[in-house]
Design a protein around this ligand. Structure first.
Ligand code: GLN
Length: 304
C-alpha cells in the first residue's frame, strides 16, 4: 500500500488534500491545521494562503498516520509529541497526562505566593506527581532563583520530566516516589500538586482513555490522592508554607474541609479560566512545637 495515501485512496499531494482527508476522517479542521503547521514547520497564516503547497511523500506518510491516530481519539498532544504549557514547549507521550491550561491557574497562584512571601535563596518548592514536569518547570522558569523539586512514582513520567528539564535548560531536582514518600525529613516553603482526582464513576473518564488512568483517577470518589497529600503535608512544610492543590470542579468544599481539618489556615479556592472552582490551598501555620521553638529563638536572634 502506498504509505502516502489515506485509507480512502486519495493522495495527500498538497495541503488541501490533507485538509480534505481530515474532514473525511472526522478530524477537526483546527487539529488538521495544527498537524500541518507542526510537520511542515509553517505558521497557520502561511497554511491558510497555501492550499496548493505540495507535500513531500515522507511527510505525507507521517500526516496520514497522524490523522488516523487523531481520528481514533488520541490527544493531539500525543500525536504531535508536544504540548505548550505557560509558554513552555513540553514533550509529552502516553506515559504522562497532557498538561491542561487550567493547571496554569495553580502555577500563577504559586508565583503570586512566592512573590509575596519569599526571596529566592531560601525558597524551596515541591511539585508532587509532576508527570511531564509542567508545573515544576513553569515555576523554575519564572523563578530561577528558587530550588524546585518534583516527584513522581512513575519512572516513565520522571524520564519525560527529565528530558523536558534538559531540553529547556531548567535545573529541577527529580525524585521517584509516591507523594511525600520519597521526601523523608525534607520541608518546603511551597508545595503544589495536580494529583489524580477524577471519580471512578465519572463518565468523563471514558473520553480520556488514551491518557494514563492512574494520573487521572485514584478510584472511588476521586479524593484519595488529595487526602493522602493533605494528611502527610505538615511533616514536609515549613511554618508559613502554602499547599496549593488542583481538584475537580465539584470538589472545592471537600478539599477545603480536608485542609481546615488538618490545621491549615487562610484556606481559599480559585477558579480557572472557565470559571470553575479548580484549585484550593492554605497556609501551614507550623505545629505547636515548632511555633514554640521559633518564638524561643526570637530573642536570641534579635540579640545577634
Ligand atoms: N483536569 C483533568 C481532566 O478532567 C484531570 C486531571 C487530574 O485528574 N489531575 O481532564
Amino acid at each position: 500500500m502506498n504509505p502516502a495515501a489515506p485509507a480512502d485512496g486519495a493522495p495527500l499531494g498538497c495541503v488541501a488534500d490533507v485538509l480534505a482527508a481530515a474532514r473525511r476522517a472526522g478530524v477537526a479542521r483546527l487539529d488538521a491545521q495544527l498537524l500541518l503547521t507542526h510537520h511542515l514547520r509553517r505558521t497557520r497564516a502561511w497554511l491558510l494562503a497555501h492550499d496548493d503547497a505540495p507535500i513531500e511523500s515522507p511527510i505525507a506518510a507521517t500526516l496520514r498516520d497522524a490523522l488516523a491516530r487523531r481520528a481514533a481519539g488520541e490527544p493531539l498532544a500525543y500525536v504531535i509529541g508536544m504540548q505548550s504549557f505557560r509558554g513552555l514547549a513540553l514533550q509529552v507521550g502516553t506515559g504522562v497526562l497532557v498538561p491542561r491550561p487550567e493547571t496554569e491557574v495553580l502555577v500563577e497562584w504559586a508565583l503570586e505566593r512566592l512573590a509575596a512571601c519569599h526571596s529566592g535563596s531560601d525558597t524551596s518548592v515541591v511539585d508532587l506527581g509532576t508527570g511531564s514536569g509542567a508545573i515544576a518547570l513553569a515555576v523554575k522558569q519564572a523563578r530561577p532563583d528558587t530550588a524546585v523539586c518534583a516527584t513522581d512514582r512513575s519512572a516513565a513520567a520522571l524520564a519525560m520530566a527529565r528530558r523536558n528539564a534538559l531540553q529547556l535548560g531548567l535545573d529541577v531536582e527529580l525524585v521517584q516516589g509516591d507523594w511525600w514518600g520519597c521526601l523523608e525529613g525534607r520541608r518546603f516553603t511551597l508545595a503544589l500538586a495536580n494529583p489524580p482526582y477524577v471519580a471512578e464513576s465519572d463518565p468523563h473518564l471514558s473520553l480520556l482513555q488514551h491518557e494514563p488512568q492512574d494520573a487521572l483517577t485514584p478510584g472511588g470518589d476521586g479524593l484519595d490522592a488529595l487526602r493522602a497529600i493533605v494528611a502527610a503535608a505538615p511533616a514536609h512544610l515549613l511554618p508559613g508554607a502554602w499547599l496549593l492543590l488542583e481538584h475537580g470542579h465539584d470538589q472545592p468544599e471537600a478539599v477545603r474541609s480536608l485542609l481546615v481539618g488538618r490545621g491549615f489556615q487562610q484556606v481559599e479556592t480559585r477558579v480557572d479560566l472557565a470559571g470553575l472552582a479548580r484549585c484550593t490551598g492554605g497556609v501551614w501555620p507550623g505545629d505547636t512545637d515548632s511555633i514554640l521553638r521559633s518564638s524561643a529563638e526570637l530573642p536570641r536572634r534579635a540579640a545577634l
